[in-house]
Design a protein around this ligand. Sequence first.
Ligand SMILES: Nc1nc2c(ncn2[C@@H]2O[C@H](COP(=O)(O)OP(=O)(O)OP(=O)(O)O)[C@@H](O)[C@H]2O)c(=O)[nH]1
Ligand SMILES: [Mg+2]
Length: 287
Amino acid sequence: MKQIQWYPGHMAKTKRLLQENIGLVDVIVELADARIPKSSVNPDFNRLLSQKPRIIAFNKSDLADASKISLWKKHYAHEDVLCEFIDCKTGRGINDLFTLVKKAAEPVIQKDLSKGRVFRPIKMMAVGIPNTGKSTFINRVAKNAATKTGNKPGVTKGKQWVKVNREITILDTPGILWPKFEDEEVAKNLAFTGAISDDILDLPDIAFFLLKRLNTMYPDAVKKRYGIEDDPDEGQSLLDLIARAKGCLLKGGEPDYERVAKMVLDDFRSSRLGCITLEVPDGGDFL
Ligand SMILES: Nc1nc2c(ncn2[C@@H]2O[C@H](COP(=O)(O)OP(=O)(O)OP(=O)(O)O)[C@@H](O)[C@H]2O)c(=O)[nH]1
Ligand SMILES: [Mg+2]
């Protein structure tokens, strides 16, 4: 597989934007992805955003596997990581997330009040890797908000303050990855879920690896979806079988790998292959 490297100029700009604004906010909420609860947490934030309390909101739980979410909840509780699993489709978990936000901001707000300052809303910064639903989250919680959202990474280009209510104001920021993926499995996970732009990826390659992973972790999901009973013969892949089963073929009868890859990725990303989480805590990752 081609090595995925992804750190365009606008991400360096976003890094500066986060650094410039951290002094202005009380709490940071990192929006991550419940389908990849390890790979979607930006390791750079430990250093970059260490001055303020940080809470991780694992979004898109509606697309994730509930039994694996339970494992991750236990894991992060054990590690004392402040986090909540949420989804912006139904709003599940969002109230609990705001309870954590208020608790984290309480000491600063109280200190201000004790100095005789007038009451002010908590200022929260939404950060995270691209496409995790930062802007969707803001639109969901703020009635009059209209931040731009989209089904691809890199939609938000600059910062935007949004008032939620008299208690909370949120700063929307563009998605940011880190300069180098140390672990190729992390890069693949980010490609599967759409955090890295499809435009720079070899999609048949990505779909091939996704199917390989799914075949180990969720063996029935793929075969059931595409009506496949047999395993691939030697020299074939599941992608070939799916292309044939779904008629994704070129004129000569060869598989149309681009088309079938797009279909598989799209099916995974919109949970037509089921509710899936691709990582489990400690040791059992990438089974
Ligand atoms: N199923 C599901 N989809 C979601 C959820 N939250 C966001 N989305 C979808 O995810 C896609 C990305 O949402 P955005 O809000 O644009 O993501 P973002 O983090 O602001 O992305 P950038 O600004 O590009 O970094 C959109 O297609 C949303 O509809 C969720 O909880 N569940
Ligand atoms: Mg956005």
